[in-house]
Design a binder for this molecule. Structure first.
Ligand code: SF4
Length: 245
């Protein structure tokens, strides 16, 4: 069994503290978020085939403390991901995955082997807004996300649950949008992160390059809205991650 691996970044201290974490970036994603800053990861053209057993052996040999899998959308490669996570858990290595929530059954299958899940929520939880933001017609993207959230909420496994939003000026930067999302996940959210949109590099929709980066004040104001609902809130900007007290 093989991964379509775009890149591997070793020894991150920020990815899953306090563990030193190796980060795998997988290719492939069915969504087309205009603000997405990893257009090269939406397909597998530049990926290498990497054997799952060989990856597990590599991490074991390296004495890796934790492995994080991102994309693209990692659950496009759910079988390889779950097979690797099972092996890593057997080796005592921590596991983290970041997802858009588009593949609920795969998320459910992975939860027993997952220590940390980050779900990237794009905007207000209504079908039109979600369709516009993800490029998926109709209500499919939102319905898939709802199923994923239900599985994550009800899991019996001790999975750390992060929810994240990238705040894009003019698209999802109003307090009522973040309040809508935070209200929905508040009961089972361990950490909510508001992320700055930074129009550097390639974006899926080149028109988004004309948007400004998210002002710090906007992020701070939205963080206070979330803080009223969820105890652990942080803002990620160019300068790094800052928790809101
Ligand atoms: S931001 Fe959207 S398009 Fe980009 S990888 Fe994530 S889900 Fe896919």
């Amino acid at each position: 069994m093989y991964f379509k691996l775009a890149s591997l970044v070793a020894d991150s201290k920020e990815e899953f503290p306090p563990y030193v974490t190796d980060v795998m970036y997988l290719g492939g994603c069915p969504l087309r978020c205009g603000f997405c800053n990893v257009p090269d990861l939406l397909h597998t053209k530049t990926c290498e085939d990497k054997d799952v057993d060989a990856m597990a052996a590599y991490f074991a040999h390296k004495h890796t403390q934790a492995v994080s899998i991102k994309g693209g959308e990692p659950f496009v490669q759910a079988n390889a991901l779950i097979t690797l996570f099972k092996q890593l858990k057997g080796l005592g290595i921590k596991t983290k995955v970041e997802t858009s929530g588009y593949f609920p059954e795969s998320v459910r299958a992975a939860l027993p082997w997952t220590d940390y899940i980050c779900i990237d929520i794009k905007t207000r939880l209504d079908a039109d807004s979600y369709s516009r933001m993800t490029g998926i017609k109709g209500d499919l993207a939102l319905m898939q996300l709802y199923k994923t959230l239900a599985f994550v909420e009800s899991t019996e496994y001790p999975v750390f649950k992060e929810f994240r939003m990238t705040i894009v000026p003019g698209l999802n930067d109003s307090p009522d949008i973040v309040e809508n999302v935070a209200s929905y996940v508040r009961k089972y959210c361990d950490l909510f992160i508001l992320q700055q949109f930074i129009p550097d590099g390639d974006l899926v929709n080149p028109d988004f390059k004309n948007l400004p980066e998210t002002p710090h004040k906007t992020l701070a104001d939205m963080a206070m809205v979330v803080r009223n609902l969820i105890p652990a809130v942080a803002v990620r900007t160019r300068e790094g991650l800052q928790f809101v007290r």
